[in-house]
Ligand binder design. Structure first.
Ligand SMILES: C[S@@+](CC[C@H](N)C(=O)[O-])C[C@H]1O[C@@H](n2cnc3c(N)ncnc32)[C@H](O)[C@@H]1O
Length: 317
């Protein structure tokens, strides 16, 4: 899931008829508004255990979403009464791109007084989470199988969310794919709308170029303030270390050639682009590792490959 997807696939919800028409005036179902989606469709095959769990529990724990065109879309005008869904009114935490659901489950176990919404397009991921939800008898978790920007715009009330988590979003390494990255100025606007004042957005990534992008997007957004301004700057910055220690020698499956004359040998192309002259990160602002974030297979893979993890926390003003 964290490796570079080969290429965006065909529109999940499109019909053969749509493809057949040369002059299709319908909106491209792969887009939400004018934005490409940040995921590619992957196999939805379930193991026997996950299939059984899905068949038994999805009706209870996976929220039914009216669709627009694509199978992962959310129909305009949809409203969900979360207090009714959970049977109570409690602080809402939204885990976006929750993968196998480890952080959602951990949050639900650690905070029985919170209600957690896991947003994921990948059925096996949601099914794996349901196995845990059933095993641990968690009443405070629901899954939504839909494109996260649409969930933020259409399913969540303004100012109604306490925390939004985005852990290890797909990195989309290639420059021409950067527009598919989930975290963007438009995404920050969407999160700003749903977070209550004082609510927080927690981000984590193992790719320095995405970390720098996230920090730039969030620092320049007027609705947010960094909870850890200036923290871990200079020699102690994970960014400085990645740049000087050459820790991202593979990007996707591709080895990265050192950029002679720009930075020291071994420095990541993903981090540097052509323009970084000073490898020292003078800005910092990195958060300590969020203790509510369990070590997932994605993070383990990153650490085993020698990469570092960047955490960021922003508070809604
Ligand atoms: C690299 S995985 C990380 C999973 C998990 N957060 C973790 O830390 O282990 C990213 C996940 O985000 C999901 N995803 C990507 N774009 C999404 C979107 N627009 N809406 C919902 N899920 C999305 C992918 O299907 C994938 O499971």
């Amino acid at each position: 899931m964290s490796s570079e997807p080969p290429s965006p696939d065909s529109a999940p919800g499109s019909t053969p008829a749509q493809h057949a028409h040369g002059h299709n005036h319908q909106p491209d179902p792969e887009l939400y508004r004018t934005e490409p989606v940040s995921f590619v469709r992957r196999g939805d095959r379930l193991t026997t255990r996950r299939q059984r769990t899905w068949d038994r529990a999805a009706g209870t724990y996976i929220v039914d979403v009216p669709r627009d065109r694509a199978t992962t879309s959310v129909a305009e005008g949809t409203r969900i009464d979360w207090a009714q869904v959970f049977g109570r009114s409690a602080p809402l935490v939204v885990d976006i791109g929750s993968g196998l659901g480890e952080s959602t489950v951990q949050g639900a176990v650690d905070h029985p007084d919170w209600d957690l919404i896991s947003v994921e397009v990948y059925t096996p991921g949601l099914a794996a989470m349901l196995v845990q939800v059933e095993d641990r008898e968690l009443g405070n978790v629901r899954g939504v199988q839909a494109n996260a920007p649409e969930v933020l715009d259409r399913l969540l009330p303004a100012g109604g969310v306490q925390e939004v988590w985005v852990f290890f979003p797909d990195p989309w390494h290639k420059t021409r794919h950067h527009k598919r990255r989930l975290v963007s100025p438009a995404f920050a606007d969407r999160v700003a709308r749903v977070l209550a004042p004082g609510g927080v957005l927690r981000l984590a990534t193992d790719w320095s170029s995405y970390a720098v992008h996230m920090r730039e997007v969030m620092q320049s957004h007027p609705a947010f303030e960094n909870v850890h301004p200036g923290r871990a700057a200079g020699a102690g910055s994970p960014l400085t270390r990645v740049r000087l220690e050459g820790r991202e020698l593979q990007v996707g499956a591709q080895p990265v050639a050192p950029r002679v004359g720009t930075l020291r040998a071994g420095v990541s192309e993903a981090t540097a682009g052509a323009s970084v002259q000073d490898p020292v990160d003078h800005d910092g602002g990195w958060a300590p590792r969020f203790e509510g974030r369990p070590l997932t297979s994605f993070e383990s893979k990153a650490l085993n490959a020698g990469r570092l993890v960047f955490d960021l926390t922003y508070r809604r003003r």
